[in-house]
Design a protein around this ligand. Structure first.
Ligand code: IMP
Length: 197
């Protein structure tokens, strides 16, 4: 089993990741984690910034940086890398309210959106693995469901006919952007385990 330190201040992500990587790796946010300024130009750069800064303080440890967000082509790609601080309040609810307001005139195809998750695994500053996951959906007119976090209550996933907030954690992980990114990481870790045996 690997132990991975996650560079994130979002506890929901560590929970989702631990479930997904069960049996291969445990994922935890170190208690001394300090958020970094996300000054990158894209998800990859921000994931690298997060991972590098934590790795400096954790010599020899596996560190995962992840950056994710919601991309709405109708809004020119917003909220994008600014997803968690889209609205002034910066809460999940105020972000959703701002999104629904910005999209009140969007119809049909204009309501298409996708989530992106970019992950970078590093040790002592060296990138061991990196990869991206993406999932396509539709922004609903109103919130539905109690699960998940962030924009989940307004992200409708057509193949299952529900919003992400209406899925069980397992259902969400099986199809989500983060799940898809983690599937790549899981395969990498399994190969690494085989090599070490
Ligand atoms: P990060 O922590 O800088 O990567 O910001 C990610 C932000 O994107 C979160 O705060 C959410 O607003 C949004 N986001 C990322 N992944 C998800 C998801 O799985 N569901 C809903 N919102 C998400």
């Amino acid at each position: 089993m690997f132990k991975i330190y996650l560079a994130s201040s979002n506890p929901h992500k560590a929970v989702e990741m631990s479930r997904f990587l069960e049996g291969v790796a445990s994922v935890e946010v170190p208690s001394h984690y300090q958020p970094v300024k996300e000054e990158g130009r894209n998800f990859r750069e921000n994931a690298l910034l997060k991972a590098r800064s934590l790795s400096l303080r954790m010599p020899g440890k596996l560190v995962l940086g992840e950056d994710s967000g919601l991309v709405v082509p109708y809004l020119g790609g917003a909220p994008g890398i600014k997803s968690h601080r889209f609205s002034t309040g910066g809460t999940d609810l105020s972000n959703i309210e701002k999104l629904l307001e910005a999209m009140k005139d969007a119809r049909g195809e204009e309501r298409r959106a996708y989530f992106v998750s970019y992950g970078v695994l590093i040790r002592d500053g060296e990138v061991l693995w990196e990869g991206e996951g993406r999932v396509d959906g539709i922004i609903t007119q109103e919130m539905r469901g109690e699960g998940g976090f962030g924009y989940d209550p307004v992200f409708f996933y057509p193949p299952l006919g529900r919003t992400f907030a209406e899925l069980t954690p397992e259902e969400k992980n099986a199809v989500s952007h983060r799940g898809r990114m983690l599937e790549g990481l899981r395969r990498f870790l399994l190969d690494k385990l085989k090599e070490e045996q």
